[in-house]
Design a binder for this molecule. Structure first.
Ligand SMILES: Nc1ncnc2c1ncn2[C@@H]1O[C@H](COP(=O)(O)OP(=O)(O)OP(=O)(O)O)[C@@H](O)[C@H]1O
Length: 261
């Protein structure tokens, strides 16, 4: 790709990276090397790969929580130079405040930046309904299951109004049944809101089920080995996972991961 062409391409994308790299310590730990990609507005990208291949590093770079060591990284057309307020992150653990109800937790980021209005309260209640918690607006975290707590965390993320969501194994600590249900709901919500989403997982089927594109990553050094296009419309039903086309994609990703998986 030539320089001018790549700059033009990056400016039309929500996230654009050119030969992005990150090392730690004296440079001997190469967490991410030579990552080049563009993420289209409203698309869902899964990052899949074994432990230590640089998935979390990639999210932290995009959020501006850590600085790059080499290459270019643009978010919303601007070079990432520090922590950003126009992206939202969500982790495996919900990190809710125990002494605040679900709706008060959802309102927390707003409260930190300005006075909470009646409209904010209504929006928070609507979001809690959207994530399936209409009867739990005033419940405390200790009264909620792990899956319900992650639903609150998702509503809290959406309350901020950011259109770029960075989700680091958000349902990784939940049982498979709950996780599957939450994946279906996440897909419905981000498709409806047209959010651009990056989703980290170790699970190949989950990565494909959710995404428009799967970045298949391999470790030592962390690299994007290949970008696999998923040709199914969103939202899609869970039953798609039994189709031959879906299973062919699983086999393709498994093949790319090879012995590393
Ligand atoms: N702050 C740090 N200091 C030193 N090394 C680090 C740091 N953060 C990450 N690393 C190293 O960078 C590499 C990539 O780590 P990263 O957490 O991005 O991988 P990952 O794919 O998210 O792993 P996992 O799936 O286990 O969460 C690993 O070798 C890790 O040990």
């Amino acid at each position: 790709m030539d320089g001018a062409g790549s700059v033009q391409k990056m400016s039309g994308s929500v996230v654009g990276a050119q030969r992005l790299g990150k090392t730690f310590g004296d440079g001997s730990v190469v967490a991410l090397e030579d990552a080049t990609f563009d993420i289209r507005p409203g698309s869902f990208v899964s990052l899949v790969g074994p432990s230590g291949c640089g998935k979390s590093t990639m999210l932290r770079l995009i959020a501006g929580l850590i600085g790059k060591s080499s290459g270019e990284l643009m978010v919303h057309g601007k070079s990432v130079e520090g922590p950003r307020t126009d992206v939202g992150m969500m982790f495996q653990k919900a990190t809710l405040l125990d002494w605040r109800t679900a709706i008060e937790n959802v309102l927390l980021p707003t409260e930190v930046s300005r006075t909470v209005t009646k409209a904010d309260r209504k929006h928070a209640a609507d979001l809690l309904r959207m994530v399936g918690l209409k009867d739990f607006l005033f419940a405390y975290p200790s009264q909620l299951s792990g899956g319900m707590q992650q639903r609150v965390a998702l509503a809290r993320l959406l309350q901020t109004g950011v259109d770029l969501l960075l989700l680091d194994e958000p349902f990784g600590a939940l049982d498979e049944f709950t996780r599957e249900r939450l994946n279906v709901e996440l897909m419905r919500i981000v498709t409806e809101l047209k959010s651009t989403t990056l989703f980290v997982t170790h699970n190949i089927a989950e990565a494909i089920f959710l995404a428009d594109q799967v970045f298949v990553m391999t470790p030592r050094p962390g690299r994007i080995a290949q970008i696999v296009e998923v040709p199914f419309d969103r939202p899609r039903p869970l039953s798609i996972q039994t189709s031959p086309e879906f299973n062919a994609l699983v086999a393709e990703v498994r093949d790319i991961l090879g012995e590393d998986h």
